[in-house]
Ligand binder design. Structure first.
Ligand code: PGA
Length: 259
């Protein structure tokens, strides 16, 4: 099966309104003729409405970087007394098609667990918001040969009891923690090895057809100089881009490398 490449920009906690507007305005003309790649930008919550407005008429999609939902009494709660939180229903309402879940920075600083990510994914499915689900090992885990075990645990936890049809439309981002924002990228072979493992696990959990449909992005210091080689790997279907997504030209160059 040929999977359409998908490049998403994770702006993280960056860009005030004016900067968000400038970045999108600069990006759109650079990518308007690229029809064969899916593109999304994931601004901070405060810039979603403005960016949504700027994206009107373009094929670039809108995503958020986190969402909150919890299971209570067998139901997924999408509103209520959870001060400071934003639910998948709210993001969908605000015009998002995508949301990043389980990013390693959220796991590291905000207590995100696989079980929490699983509830969030199910809440996304309930409202038609598509998740980009992040998994990845730390340097210590890689150095002690635990990469495969860590990925296995994260995948099984995040994907427990999900419907295969929805999983097929979801995206997974393999982001080795040691490569995020460090300038140190996984080699294409290192990334491919884990991507293949993820797809094999998807096949075990949801069947070969679903596994073949899921797009698996690589994330971690992907930039114009290394994008082409990474994207040429058979199981690398796109990128989740942090630092390089904050400059229109470098983000557009990565998208061009996916054509
Ligand atoms: P980076 O971030 O491209 O700056 O390494 C990727 C990410 O954290 O999604």
């Amino acid at each position: 099966m040929s999977r359409r490449k998908f490049i998403a920009g994770n702006w993280k906690q960056n860009n005030l309104l004016a900067e968000s507007a400038d970045l999108v305005n600069e990006l759109l003309p650079l990518v308007q003729n690229i029809k064969s790649v899916d593109i999304a930008v994931c601004p901070p919550f405060t810039s979603l409405a403005l960016v949504k407005d700027r994206l009107r008429g373009s094929a670039v999609m809108l995503g958020a970087q986190n969402a909150y939902a919890v299971e209570a009494g067998g139901k997924l709660v999408q509103s209520g007394a959870y001060t400071g939180e934003v639910s998948p229903a709210m993001l969908k309402d605000a015009g998002c098609e995508w949301v990043i879940l389980g990013h390693s920075e959220r796991r590291q600083y905000f207590g995100e667990t696989d079980a929490k990510v699983n509830a969030k994914i199910r809440a996304c499915y309930e409202v038609g918001l598509k998740p980009i689900i992040c998994v990845g090992e730390t340097l210590e885990e890689r150095d002690s040969n635990r990469t495969a075990a860590v990925i296995d645990t994260q995948m099984r936890g995040c994907f427990a009891n999900l419907p295969a049809a929805k999983v097929a439309e979801s995206v997974i981002a393999y982001e080795p923690v040691w490569a995020i924002g460090t300038g140190r990228t996984a080699t294409p072979a290192q990334a491919q090895e884990v991507h293949a493992q993820i797809r094999k696990l998807l096949s075990e959990l949801f069947g070969a057809q679903t596994a073949a449909a899921v797009r698996i992005q690589y994330g971690g210091s992907m930039k114009p100089e290394n994008a082409k080689e990474l994207l040429a790997q058979p199981d690398i279907d796109g990128g989740l881009i942090g630092g390089a997504a904050l400059k229109a030209k470098s983000f557009a160059d990565i998208i061009s490398a996916a054509v």
